[in-house]
Ligand binder design. Structure first.
Ligand code: NAP
Ligand code: F7E
Length: 374
């Protein structure tokens, strides 16, 4: 293996005597990347993360690892990189010689993908191909295991309820279509070149580290701010959308289990429970002692505080998507039977965990609207 690697002089050079497993994570600064990095470090891995150059700080979710002198540049390494840059991917693979690659990097916001469709395809679709080709190029194809962050958005306009590994895909956004390319290029490189490459088809998973423009975090953040008088109202789009929401750290554990399976196969990770955005709103406010009643319908629907008559939730059509995914609910039977993976946290407990975390963050916040939140 070492003969295939040419990064002479690099401190990351792969050596056959080195038995510590090495993982490379793209998207390490994201929600999932940060949990996965912690879990792999706890399992004794040497962890390498790809980060993007940014004009503002983008490492808040991994600063606790970066600032740990026991880890930094000993078992935890960060490298500049980008999924749009093939030469960079080749170089990283040559230098690191990873045993496992987790491709979590993506333009991951579905609504934003309608505004930047070409970029989304470049990163989420062709970016996956670039990674797979780099594996071939540097001679790692018989050694490395590759995890692809596939998504329930592939099911889109669902053809079956619940959705399994065998349900046909019908994506409904440029994001979903880009990920469809990623899904199939994984299957193709697995079948063509024998690469241990797998798709985790993960349904929505959330946490206190969820980006603030995704609906669950937008809700828990607004509910806590409203409860403390820092915000007047929460503006949302489609309240009827139904999602299968699980707890992110349990899903990153599932990613690792998928790669430990000797046969490269694709797996659904989900909770098998589906809930409306409206119900997630109600439970989040209720945890703060605010009981809401929803009145009216369509764009005129409002969420009213029962005890005061105040309108705390409104619909704003600017959050609607050109095409919507109405209902997702996943069947994780294969993951349970083959990987021993099961979700533990139900969506209402997840909402309470997120509300409690957002309450704890409130100290330094000042009053504002949520106008810029997608
Ligand atoms: P996230 O919080 O949005 O994180 C995305 C990560 O990708 C960030 O680290 C981001 O870097 C990085 N990234 C963006 N563009 C990149 C590029 N051009 N090159 C390299 N890295 C880039 O997403 P997440 O929720 O953790 O999701 C992780 C992965 O799972 C994504 O691929 C997502 O599409 C997929 N997924 C997520 C869910 C879910 O419910 N969370 C479900 C199914 C699949 P910056 O920090 O610099 O922006
Ligand atoms: O929307 C509705 C919205 O943006 C969920 C990504 O991680 O999971 C995520 O994609 C639902 C949609 O997540 C607002 O229309 C209503 O029906 O939180 P979201 P998503 O689109 O499901 C999948 C599995 C991924 O792979 C993606 O990477 O909520 N909704 N009102 C709203 N959504 C947002 N963002 N903002 C609203 O105001």
């Amino acid at each position: 293996m070492a003969a295939n690697l040419s990064a002479a002089g690099s401190i990351y050079l792969y050596h056959p005597m080195n038995t510590q497993r090495k993982a490379l994570i793209s998207g390490i600064t994201g929600q999932d990347g940060s949990y996965l990095a912690e879990q792999l470090l706890a399992r004794g891995y040497e962890v390498h993360g790809m980060i993007r150059r940014s004009s503002s700080f983008n490492t808040s979710r991994i600063d606790h690892l970066y600032n740990n002198p026991e880890l930094l540049d000993r078992r935890f390494f960060l490298h500049y990189g980008d999924l749009t840059d093939s030469s960079n991917l080749n170089r990283l693979l040559e230098r690191i010689g990873p045993d496992e690659i987790y491709n979590l990097g993506a333009q991951s916001h579905v609504k934003v993908s309608f505004d930047v469709p070409e970029y989304t395809a470049e990163v989420d679709g062709i970016g996956t191909l670039r990674f797979l080709d780099a594996i071939k190029e540097v001679g790692l194809k018989d050694h490395v295991r590759f995890y692809q962050a596939s998504t329930s958005e592939l099911y889109g306009k669902v053809q079956e309820i619940p959705q399994t590994e065998k349900t046909p895909f019908y994506p409904r956004s440029p994001y979903g279509v880009a990920k469809l390319y990623g899904y199939w290029i994984i299957v193709n490189y697995r079948e063509s070149y024998g690469i241990h490459a797998t798709n985790g088809i993960l349904f929505n998973h959330e946490s206190p580290r969820r980006g603030e423009t995704f609906v669950t975090r937008k809700i828990t953040r607004a509910a806590t701010r409203i409860s403390r008088g820092l915000q007047d109202c929460l503006l949302l789009g489609n309240l009827d959308a139904k999602r299968d929401w699980g707890y992110a750290p349990e899903y990153t554990d599932g990613m690792w289990r998928i790669l430990q399976n000797d046969e490269p196969e694709d797996f659904v990770l989900a909770t098998n429970i589906t809930t409306t955005v409206r119900d997630f709103v109600s439970v989040s406010f209720s945890h703060l002692g605010i009981q809401l009643e929803f009145r009216g319908g369509g764009v005129d629907e409002v969420g009213v505080e029962v005890s005061t008559g105040r309108t705390l939730v409104r619909v704003d059509p600017k959050y609607f998507r050109p095409t919507e995914v109405d209902l997702l609910v996943g069947d994780y039977t294969k993951a349970r039977e083959r990987l021993g993976w099961e979700p533990k946290t139900k969506w209402d407990e997840l909402a309470r965990i997120m509300v409690d975390a957002d309450l704890a963050l409130l100290g330094s916040e000042v009053k504002s609207t949520n106008a810029a939140v997608m």
